[in-house]
Design a binder for this molecule. Structure first.
Ligand SMILES: Nc1ncnc2c1ncn2[C@@H]1O[C@H](COP(=O)(O)OP(=O)(O)O)[C@@H](O)[C@H]1O
Ligand SMILES: Cc1ncc(COP(=O)(O)O)c(N)n1
Length: 273
């Protein structure tokens, strides 16, 4: 019988479906990976911003993790919004028990809307406790600046940040996303002593809610299948580029990306619709 590839996301929610757990599960499905989810925080947010956050009790998060791990073992583990130190300690204990499962950290600290999703002390703990356990860390520019503690304004800074996350902070790999910089949409991957550029056209759009979640979920799905870090990040870059390229034009603010965008690429004249 074919082995079904599975992936687990441990993250917060977005009731409008563009970011967090919802974006992750949609992405897993599109990559033909069986998606599972453990909710850390329930977030009242939409395309305009975050209205309120409710963290679930730590025992209840543990019960969800136990429910998954005692039944269906994930082929990859991804974390997104994990706001508190006790959540990080709990997750670290599961990751340490499963050293062979790839662990992907999207170090969600600030939403695209600018709302803070993690406090100062937790930022220190994610860097010291979780990053050293990571197969790959996927910060955007503001998150990478917090992790490495220097300003990032161009490609060579992206490169330096990716190297610092691996060499000084102890992750196996890092991809620092240039979505917030000007020019082409270039991300820099550092793995096994080599720098790789993931390059795509930049699209003029305000619909970028959940881009980071979607990109890291696609990396997770491909690592779950056994792809290398270089292959997984390249496939994920194509996936997020298509999700941005074919916007859904939903919502009053920064709308969600199109998780089935990659399917539209095959169709003629789709961009003009
Ligand atoms: N306007 C855009 N056009 C094309 N690609 C983009 C655009 N904005 C972001 N990206 C890409 O989307 C991915 C997520 O990046 P980013 O938006 O920086 O993450 P985050 O959502 O964590 O802030 C990266 O691969 C980035 O290069
Ligand atoms: C629950 C949750 N997790 C993450 C994000 C970040 O979204 P983005 O990918 O746009 O940075 C978010 N807005 N909400």
């Amino acid at each position: 019988m074919t082995k079904i590839v599975t992936a687990l996301t441990i993250a917060g929610t977005d009731p409008t479906g563009g970011a967090g757990i919802q974006a992750d599960l949609k992405t897993f499905q599109e990559r033909e990976v069986y998606g599972m989810s453990v909710v850390t925080s329930v977030v009242a947010q939409n395309t305009l911003g975050v209205k309120a956050v409710e963290h679930l009790p730590i025992d209840f998060i543990d019960q969800q993790l136990q429910a998954v791990f005692t039944d269906i073992e994930p082929s990859a583990i991804k974390t997104g919004m994990i706001s508190t130190i006790e959540m990080m300690e709990l997750i670290a204990s599961y990751v340490k028990k499963h050293p062979d499962i790839p662990y992907i950290i999207d170090p969600v600290m600030v939403a695209t809307s600018g709302d803070a999703l993690m406090n100062e002390e937790s930022r220190r703990v994610i860097r010291e406790l979780l990053v050293p356990l990571a197969t790959i860390v996927t910060p955007n520019v503001p998150e990478a600046e917090i992790l490495v503690d220097f300003k990032i304004s161009d490609l060579s800074d992206l490169e330096k940040a990716a190297q610092t996350i691996v060499k000084d902070l102890g992750a196996k790999a890092a991809v620092v996303k240039g979505g917030h910089l000007a020019g082409k949409a270039v991300d820099v991957l550092y793995v096994d002593g080599n720098v790789h550029y993931l390059e795509a056209d930049r699209f003029e759009t305000k619909h970028t809610h959940g881009t980071g979640c979607t990109f890291s979920a696609a990396i997770s799905a491909e690592l779950a299948k056994g792809k290398s870090i270089v292959e997984a990040t390249a496939l994920a870059k194509d996936f997020i580029t298509d999700a941005i390229q074919y916007p859904l034009n939903l919502g009053l603010g920064s709308g969600p990306t199109n998780h089935w965008g990659h399917r539209l690429k095959e169709l003629p004249n789709k961009k003009e619709d």
